[in-house]
Design a protein around this ligand. Structure first.
Ligand code: KG4
Ligand code: ZN
Length: 338
């Protein structure tokens, strides 16, 4: 089965063709980062307009790279949430127009399911059940993935997502947008010497909270600057990253042991972080657990992960809702009525 996936939930316009949910035939990504960089973050209205400008070109390129025409596509899929409402609507409108014109089925895909599915593209042998840590710019989840579309949420963020904390700290440091990759790089030349808080919340809680850490970094920077001292940015990055990863690693390992799982699957933009992968590799090796993560290009937003999720959503007769939902929760998969 050939699925065509359309992604436009934030600042990447992407279209991909995937075979049987596992094999990427093409994955064209048009990033708006260079535009939003000028403003230090994503400007929703500009994002929507750029999606409108890019979507047809990206679609044509995806078909061309796969050596296919729209007639070869069996099922279309599009991100319907979570994300920016205006941005989502561009992808949904394009997808609906195509599905109507071609008279082919269209599936509404949950973007967070897509992030997890990135791993099915990268590792053809990987199958549920497993524990999954999903860390993106807008969400942080610690889940038990029971089946391709059945999840048990054990933990989620109560305030800022992990990626959001990276972006906000980078902004306070004035080092650019998006913050994650820059902090990752600078931290390699720094040391974890500042004692930023590791927020574990209540005993046995799998939830996360990164807003206090972000504030602690900002307060520290203000206090140092008031004293006329500018701390070494590399050390601030390493210390902040150390505080985030201590919590992510410890909670992930605890859930694996508590639930008796031996496989950890990482996904979302922050899964591209080299220090997170290094820490989890070590922790999993020590316990005899297997760790999976996608290559960086499949960690951040892309159409291929949506095309893979389209395949699994369609198989389950789900995804009939085609309304944009900016706050769509990870447990939402509607049953198709047909
Ligand atoms: O999954 P994603 O592309 O978008 C959302 O669905 O939100 O994730 C983007 C997030 C941004 O916050 C970005 O700073 C972060 O992923 N990110 C990273 C790295 N690369 C991207 N965070 C830490 N280290 C990285 N190497
Ligand atoms: Zn995403």
């Amino acid at each position: 089965m050939i699925t065509l996936g359309i992604e436009s939930s934030c600042d990447e316009t992407s279209v991909a063709l995937v075979e049987d949910g596992r094999k990427i035939l093409s994955n064209v990504i048009s990033s708006q980062i260079d535009t939003h960089k000028l403003y230090g973050g994503v400007v929703p209205e500009i994002a929507s307009r750029q999606h409108v400008e890019a979507i047809n070109l990206v679609l044509d390129q995806a078909l061309k790279e796969a050596g296919m025409t729209l007639e070869d596509v069996d099922v279309l899929g599009v991100t319907r949430g979570p994300g920016l409402i205006g941005a989502l609507l561009v992808g949904l409108s394009a997808a609906k127009a195509l599905a109507l014109a071609l008279d082919k089925p269209l599936v509404g895909v949950n973007h967070m399911h897509g992030h997890i599915c990135a791993n099915y593209l990268a590792h053809r042998d990987l199958e549920p059940p497993f524990i999954s840590l999903v860390v993106s710019g807008g969400h942080t989840y610690l889940l038990e993935v029971e089946d391709y579309l059945t999840f048990k949420v054990h933990g989620q963020t109560r305030d800022d997502a992990a990626g959001e904390a990276f972006d906000k700290v980078a902004r306070a440091l004035g080092i650019g947008y998006p913050g994650g990759p820059i902090v990752d790089k600078l931290a390699k030349e720094g040391q974890d010497i500042y004692d930023f808080p590791r927020v574990f919340l209540e005993k046995d809680s799998y939830d996360f909270s990164f807003s206090g850490l972000k504030t602690a970094v900002m307060n520290f920077l203000n206090q140092e600057r008031q004293k006329g001292h500018e701390p070494r940015v590399q050390d601030v990055c390493a210390s902040f990253q150390g505080a985030v990863m201590d919590v992510l690693v410890e909670k992930s390992m605890k859930l694996l042991k508590d639930r008796g799982h031996k496989t950890l699957v990482l996904s979302g933009g922050v899964a591209a972080n080299s220090y997170l992968k290094e820490r989890l590799e070590k922790a999993c090796q020590a316990e005899g657990f297997k760790l999976y993560y996608p290559p960086n290009i499949l960690c951040t937003d892309n159409g291929a992960m949506i095309a893979s999720a389209t395949y699994y959503t369609y198989q389950k007769n789900a995804g009939d809702c085609l309304l944009a939902d900016p706050n769509l929760g990870i447990l939402s998969t509607e049953t198709r009525v047909q």
